[in-house]
Design a protein around this ligand. Structure first.
Ligand code: SF4
Length: 113
């Protein structure tokens, strides 16, 4: 029996998962889906920042457009650390398309004039 807290919404249900992947403690179906995913193939979104080349000492925040396998986080961070943008940028601008073949984009999350 494994125990974990559902992080899908702020309710934070306490989940229990048995050896047959039966989930209890979830208030809604999303919790069961999360629990099975977490034990078999954990996924996370990633937030970071990238350098703005035409502004001194400036970075702008970015995130993945969806979740990626947890084990790819460090590899993707290395890629993000190589990225640079030129202001102005807008929320949703794509900085990197489908990096590492992960089926997500790296997108801007803050407007910079
Ligand atoms: S099980 Fe449903 S209600 Fe409970 S934390 Fe997860 S998403 Fe929220």
């Amino acid at each position: 029996m494994k125990e974990l807290t559902c992080i899908v919404c702020p309710r934070g249900c306490s989940l229990k998962i048995d050896e047959n992947m039966n989930v209890t403690g979830n208030f809604c179906p999303r919790g069961a889906k999360y629990a099975v995913s977490e034990l078999t193939h954990p996924m996370r979104s990633l937030t970071s920042s990238v350098r703005v080349i035409n502004r001194e000492n400036t970075v702008v925040s970015v995130k993945t457009s969806g979740n990626i396998p947890k084990e790819k986080m460090f590899e993707l961070m290395e890629h993000i650390n190589t990225l640079k943008v030129q202001a102005p940028v807008n929320i949703g601008d794509i900085v990197s398309h489908n990096p590492l073949g992960l089926d997500v984009d790296i997108i801007i999350t803050k407007k910079l004039d």
